[in-house]
Design a protein around this ligand. Structure first.
Ligand SMILES: *Cc1c(COP(=O)(O)O)cnc(C)c1O
Length: 389
């Protein structure tokens, strides 16, 4: 068990034991409904408030409020639908990109069915949103631009500052799905001047099923879940107190030494990248080499199937992920890689390694030792591979 090598932190992380400790009292002693009026409820209510303030301090987000939600997907839905419904009298056009998480893409597609129009801006071959295309997409009735901060598959960081400047020139609001960057890097929401921003606890060693949405002061959104008046009337439902406290604790830990962690993971990632590229012919890195999360390596290995590589890695207790979305039950290659202009047949051979706090030099050495052999085996069976030129 302890020989397993987990390299899929962009999918989810384990919960930090200190976070578990912080959460535990809320399942037993501090179980009261925060909306009740007895004193133990007031205590829990105060703890939620403290968690909210902790997060606002850590994200420099005092120019607005944090709404706790059921995770990244819900935050994206609340931001995009909530803003669209509340502001549709100003216009019904939304701009997003072709590389968004499905929580954003499918939300936009749903709004299209409801009479909104959406432009899906393309990216360049490095996976960066094309600013010129984004500018061209802006119309009289554009109300919202939603572009992710860092891509979950390639790790590529998008030019959010620039996008916000452009959008605000014509009073268009900006939402960013920042799920992959919050907890990995310090983000200053106030300086950014962003209007809406989503994050999710289980991507930074917090619990699953809880996250948040930042809403800047003056930005109007509608609720999308009807019920009680919790979370400033923007998210009905009894608060996930343990989850909320866990989110704040996880972010606190993450921000204590994010830079050291970033540098450490970058060193390991770079070593993995360099070695795989030199040991495996016809392999290439996907995405911008500099503007990228330090923990993410997305690599194409031509003439082999991502799934086959994953299964053989799995039998070596190495857990990674592939761009081909077998998770969604389809064999379509990743929409992100296709948007970058990578041909179907090559996109099928993609692998994503995403590192985390516990990964070591030994983990990386093991992958470097094992993967080239796996590739040789698979390529020997591949009718497409003409052999190591
Ligand atoms: C994981 C992820 C989500 C979804 O978050 P959940 O908390 O799992 O709903 C959304 N966007 C990005 C970029 C992600 O990586």
């Amino acid at each position: 068990m302890n020989t397993a090598i987990y390299l899929d932190h962009n999918a989810t992380t384990y919960v930090d034991p200190k976070v578990v400790d912080a959460m535990l009292p809320y399942f037993t002693e501090k179980f009261a409904n925060p909306s009740s009026i007895y004193s133990i409820s007031e205590e829990v209510q105060a703890d939620i408030q403290t968690a909210r303030e902790t997060i606002q301090n850590l994200l420099h987000a005092k120019n607005g409020k944090i709404i706790f939600t059921g995770g990244g997907s819900e935050s994206d839905n609340l931001a995009i639908k909530g803003y669209a419904y509340a502001n549709q009298s100003k216009g019904k056009h939304i701009i997003t990109s072709q590389i968004e998480h499905h929580a954003v893409i499918h939300t936009c597609e749903q709004l299209e069915k409801e009479g909104f129009t959406v432009t899906y801006v393309p990216v360049d071959d490095k996976g960066v949103v094309k600013i010129e295309e984004l500018k061209k997409a802006i119309k009289q009735d554009t109300i919202l631009i939603t572009i992710m901060y860092a891509n979950n598959e390639t790790g590529v960081i998008q030019p959010i500052e620039e996008i916000i400047k452009i959008a605000h020139q014509t009073k268009i609001a900006v939402h960013s799905d920042a799920v992959q960057i919050i907890g990995k890097k310090e983000i200053n929401i106030e300086t950014l001047d962003i209007d809406l921003l989503s994050f999710s606890a289980h991507k930074f060693y917090g619990p699953k099923g809880v996250g948040g949405l930042f809403v800047k002061k003056g930005i109007k959104i509608n609720n999308i879940i009807q019920g009680g008046g919790q979370e400033f009337k923007l998210r009905a439902g009894t608060e996930n107190t343990a989850g909320i406290v866990g989110t704040a604790k996880a972010l606190e830990i993450a921000m204590q030494n994010w830079k050291e962690e970033w540098d450490k993971e970058k060193k390991l990632r770079d070593e993995l990248e360099k070695s795989l590229l030199s040991l495996i012919p016809e392999s290439q890195v996907n995405g911008h080499l500099e503007n990228r999360l330090a923990n993410t390596l997305n690599i194409i290995i031509k003439y082999v199937e991502g799934e086959s590589m994953l299964l053989l890695l799995n039998s070596n207790k190495i857990y990674a992920s592939s761009g081909s979305a077998c998770t969604s039950g389809s064999l379509d290659p990743s929409h992100v890689l296709l948007a970058m202009g990578i041909p179907h047949e090559h996109a099928h051979g993609s692998l994503r390694f995403s590192l985390g706090k516990k990964n070591t030099k030994e983990d990386i050495a093991k992958v470097i030792e094992v993967l080239p052999g796996i590739i040789n085996r698979l390529r020997a069976m591949s009718p497409l591979y003409k052999g190591g030129k």
